[in-house]
Design a protein around this ligand. Structure first.
Ligand SMILES: [Zn+2]
Length: 455
C-alpha cells in the first residue's frame, strides 16, 4: 500500500488554509507560485542591491505569467561568491544563520547564504512534514550530518523530528564506521540520515555486515547525487527501505523528498519554484526532458534567489506518481554540470558513471578518481577504500574489469591509459564536507569543458 506523500496536505494548508486536500490541483499550486514569484521579484528589487541592479531594465511589473519569468536573467553561483552581501534584503542583525560554502580549497572566494529566523522556520516545517513520510513516533533517528551548531542542518532536522515525537542523535559525519555502528546498535536506531557513501560504509564494515542485515532500517540518503547502485545494495542486500532527499543550502537545505513509492522527489512547491532549462541556451525545457535545475525562492526573507542556476541536471517525470499526489516529481540527479570532464577521445566522464560501476563490488567502501597526462594519452587513476576483510588484489582486479566496461571508457580506449587500480586503506575517506568529484589534473585542459553535452 503506497501512501500519498504528506507534503500534499502540508502544501495545501500553506496555500489555502481553509480547504481540504481534495481541492489541491496543479492550477491552485501554479496560481499560488506565480503570485509568490511576483511578490519575491518586487521585494528583491526594493531591498536587495544585487536584484535592483540586475532587474533595472525590466519595467515595474515584469512578470505577469511564467512566460514572462523565462526572460528574466539568471542568478549564478559566481554572483553569490562575488557579492553575497548585495543579496541581503534585511539588516545583518536580522540574520540568524550564515552558511559559507567553499567549493574547493583552490578557488579563493566562497558562497555565502543568509537566513532569517522565519526562513529557518520554513525549513523546519519542511523537515517535519518530509520526515513524516518515513518515520513515526517511537522511531529513533541517527543524523550523520553536522549538527553541533544551532540552526545547522543536523540541528534543524533534530528539532523538526521532535515535532512528530521522534528522538534523534546528532552524530555528525562518520569518521570511523565501526565506532558509529556501536552507537547505532547501543541506541537501537531505526532510521539513518546521511550521505550515500557514508551510509554504505556503515553497512559494509565488518560489524555492519554482521549486525545490520536483519534490522530493516529506514535510510534517508541526502545529497545532490544518489548513486542508484547504493540504493539497490541497501535495499536488496541489507533489507533497508531507502528514500532519497534532494536539497542544497541555497534551497534552505531541504528541497524535496521521495514518497513511499520511492520514484522521484516531491518538492516544496509552496516554498520553491523549479524550472528545468537547457544549460546551453537557457531556454525552458518541457517536462520529461533533462536539463539544469533553476530555482526561485517563494517566501525567503533574508536572501531571496530569482532563477538561480543550481548546476544540477535532472528532469520532471511526466507520468503521475503511484502515490496519487498532484505534486510533481523531480527525477534523481543525473550529474553536476561542472563535474563533467571530457576525455581526449571527446567522450564525457563523470563520477556517477564510476560510482555505478564500482560500488557494485561488495567490498568497495569509497574511492578517488583522477585524470592525468601520460604522453599524448589521458591516464585514469583509481584508488579504492576497501572493507577490512577484503581480498585487496582480487577487488582491484574486479574493479579494473568494471571500469573497462563503462561505454564512455570503452569508446576511449585508444586514447586512454588506465593505471592498475590500487587500494588505499580501510578508513573512510569521503568526509561528507566536500562533494566527491573526478579530479582533472591534466596539463592540457583543451579537452575539459564546463559545457554539458551528449550525456
Ligand atoms: Zn508520490
Amino acid at each position: 500500500m503506497i501512501s500519498k506523500t504528506p507534503l500534499e496536505d502540508w502544501i495545501l494548508k500553506k496555500i489555502s488554509p481553509k480547504k481540504d486536500s481534495s481541492n489541491l490541483s496543479r492550477a491552485t499550486i501554479e496560481n499560488f507560485q506565480l503570485e509568490k514569484i511576483k511578490e519575491t521579484i518586487a521585494y528583491a528589487r526594493l531591498k536587495s542591491p544585487f536584484y535592483k541592479k540586475l532587474l533595472a531594465g525590466f519595467g515595474s511589473n515584469p512578470v505577469r505569467s511564467f512566460q514572462d519569468l523565462s526572460i528574466l536573467p539568471f542568478t549564478t553561483s559566481d554572483d553569490l561568491k562575488d557579492q553575497p552581501m548585495q543579496f541581503l534584503c534585511v539588516s545583518q542583525s536580522t540574520i540568524e544563520r550564515c552558511v559559507t560554502l567553499q567549493s574547493s580549497a583552490t578557488t579563493g572566494s566562497a558562497k555565502r547564504i543568509f537566513f532569517t529566523k522565519e526562513d529557518l522556520e520554513h525549513t523546519l516545517d519542511f523537515f517535519h512534514h518530509g520526515m513524516s513520510t518515513l518515520v513515526k513516533a517511537g522511531d529513533r533517528v541517527m543524523i550523520l550530518l553536522p549538527g553541533d551548531r544551532p540552526d545547522s542542518v543536523g540541528d534543524l532536522l533534530s528539532r523538526a523530528l521532535l515535532r512528530i515525537n521522534v528522538n534523534s542523535i546528532k552524530h555528525g559525519f562518520v569518521t570511523n564506521p565501526e565506532k558509529t555502528l556501536n552507537d547505532v546498535l547501543k541506541d537501537d536506531i531505526t532510521c539513518l540520515v546521511g550521505t550515500p557513501v557514508q551510509i554504505l560504509a556503515l553497512f559494509r564494515c565488518n560489524k555492519g555486515k554482521e549486525n545490520l542485515k536483519d534490522r530493516s532500517m529506514k535510510v534517508l540518503l541526502t545529497t545532490d547525487y544518489v548513486p542508484s547502485i547504493i540504493s539497490t545494495v541497501l535495499e536488496n542486500i541489507y533489507n533497508c527501505e531507502v528514500y532519497s532527499h534532494y536539497g542544497m543550502t541555497e534551497m534552505g537545505y531541504g528541497g524535496g523528498v521521495e514518497c513511499s513509492a520511492r520514484c522521484g522527489h516531491h518538492m516544496r512547491e509552496a516554498d520553491l519554484f523549479i524550472e528545468i532549462i537547457d544549460p546551453k541556451t537557457g531556454k525552458i525545457l518541457p517536462d520529461g526532458e533533462m536539463g539544469e535545475i533553476v530555482l526561485t525562492t517563494l517566501n525567503r526573507i533574508g536572501m531571496p534567489l530569482i532563477r538561480y542556476r543550481t548546476g544540477d541536471m535532472s528532469r520532471f517525470l511526466t507520468n503521475p506518481c503511484p502515490c496519487g499526489t498532484v505534486l510533481k516529481r523531480l527525477d534523481k540527479i543525473a550529474c553536476r554540470i561542472n563535474s563533467v570532464v571530457y576525455l581526449a577521445s571527446g567522450e564525457p566522464l563523470f563520477m556517477p558513471l564510476l560510482d555505478e560501476a564500482l560500488f557494485e563490488l561488495p567490498d568497495v567502501m569509497d574511492f578517488t578518481a583522477e585524470l592525468e597526462n601520460k604522453g599524448d594519452k589521458d591516464c585514469l587513476k583509481i584508488k579504492l577504500v576497501l572493507a577490512a576483510q577484503a581480498n585487496d588484489d582480487e577487488v582491484c582486479a574486479a574493479a579494473m574489469k568494471k571500469i573497462k566496461l563503462i561505454p564512455q571508457i570503452e569508446a576511449s580506449k585508444k586514447q586512454l591509459f588506465i593505471e592498475p587500480v590500487k587500494y588505499i586503506s580501510d578508513l573512510i575517506i569521503s568526509s561528507g564536507t566536500q562533494k566527491r568529484t573526478l579530479s582533472d589534473n591534466r596539463k592540457e585542459q583543451s579537452y575539459t569543458s564546463g559545457e554539458f553535452e551528449g550525456i
